[in-house]
Design a binder for this molecule. Structure first.
Ligand code: DGY
Length: 326
């Protein structure tokens, strides 16, 4: 008999095919996030759970699944939706999908940088509205990206991938992170380590690449925004809660910073209402990893994590709590 696995939302076709081949899959029949009640009901009796970052997996969900639950294979690199300590205490493995979405997310970060700086969304709306009457010297003037100073907050895989792209734009690259990277990585990415305040004060574009933890919640608040240049842009493709969204809306309204490119929000899927009316802000619905290839591969990696535990009795290849195997 195949092991029982619950998938909380339909994944791209090829990933579903892999899962169906190896597991008795119970999949969310709706094209929406499961309610808490549906999740609690759905996990009952499952040996594996494949949730998304929209599903809070706490101790109660693990308890509702029952003692045979052995692995939670998150469909994301981030795992802030899972109470990892509770899973560890119960001896449940937690898996994620690192690496595969690095370049895809870095590409989208560059897209947001270019879009806010060069007013691409405004230009598109202008042209579609039939307002274009011919080339004009002062039409939709934006700011250059090339030769600007890029400040990366967080310098893991995605931050470094953004830095590599920024080299091609001849940008000056600063980074701040909890741990300074090796001089080889600094040389390869052309990035210079600075303290947080220097980064905030000197960067023309600040891009966030930290995981969400107790330490990084509201990493960017009113104080940090007040240190930024009035001409600077804030880009967030990490997690919404890293930014105090109300403080950001206020800073934008008061023109204390020039604009923002946001792929993530503090209370997803809700967006601070003030932001939706601002031309200097570009908003995306959390699509950093949303390429066909990457979302498919993420599903395959989650399946590989499930297979390791449920079919081979092994540690998942991408395990965030390996201590349960010691
Ligand atoms: C992640 O993987 O953590 C992203 O936010 C979703 O792709």
């Amino acid at each position: 008999m195949k092991p029982r696995v619950m998938v909380t939302r339909r994944l791209p076709r090829r990933a579903m095919a892999v899962l169906d081949q190896h597991f008795e899959v119970r999949c969310n029949p709706h094209d929406r996030v499961l309610t808490r009640e549906e999740l609690l009901e759905g996990v009952r009796g499952q040996q594996g759970l494949l949730p998304l970052l929209t599903d809070p997996i706490d101790d109660a969900v693990m308890g509702a699944a029952g003692k045979q639950l052995r692995i939670i294979a998150n469909y994301a690199v981030g795992f802030d939706n899972i109470d990892v300590a509770a899973a560890t205490a119960r001896g449940i493995a937690v898996g994620n999908t690192p690496g595969v979405l690095t370049d895809t997310t870095a590409d989208l970060t560059m897209a947001l940088i270019l879009t806010v700086s060069r007013r691409i969304v405004e230009g598109d709306a202008y042209a579609r509205a039939g307002k274009y009457q011919g080339w004009a010297p002062e039409l939709l003037l934006g700011r250059d990206v090339h030769h600007q100073t890029l400040g990366l907050m967080g310098f893991g895989r995605i931050g470094q991938a953004v830095a590599r792209r920024a080299v091609g734009f001849d940008m000056r690259i600063l980074y701040h992170a909890r741990h300074r990277v090796s001089s080889e990585v600094e040389a390869r990415t052309g990035a210079r380590y600075v303290d947080q305040e220097t980064l905030l004060r000197e960067a023309d574009i600040i891009s966030l690449h930290v995981p969400l933890t107790a330490r990084t919640r509201h990493l960017i608040g009113a104080d940090e925004l007040s240190m930024m240049k009035p001409t600077a842009f804030l880009i967030n493709t990490a997690r919404g809660e890293v930014v105090d969204e109300a403080a950001l809306a206020e800073a934008l309204e008061a023109e204390r910073i020039a604009g923002a490119g946001l792929d993530v929000f503090e209370r997803e899927p809700r967006i601070h209402p003030a932001l939706t009316g601002m031309k200097q802000v570009v908003l995306l619905p959390h699509v950093g990893s949303a390429s066909i290839a990457t979302r498919t591969r993420m599903g395959e990696m989650a399946a590989e994590n499930l297979m390791a535990v449920l079919l081979k009795d092994q540690q998942p290849p991408h395990c965030v709590n390996p201590e349960i195997y010691r």
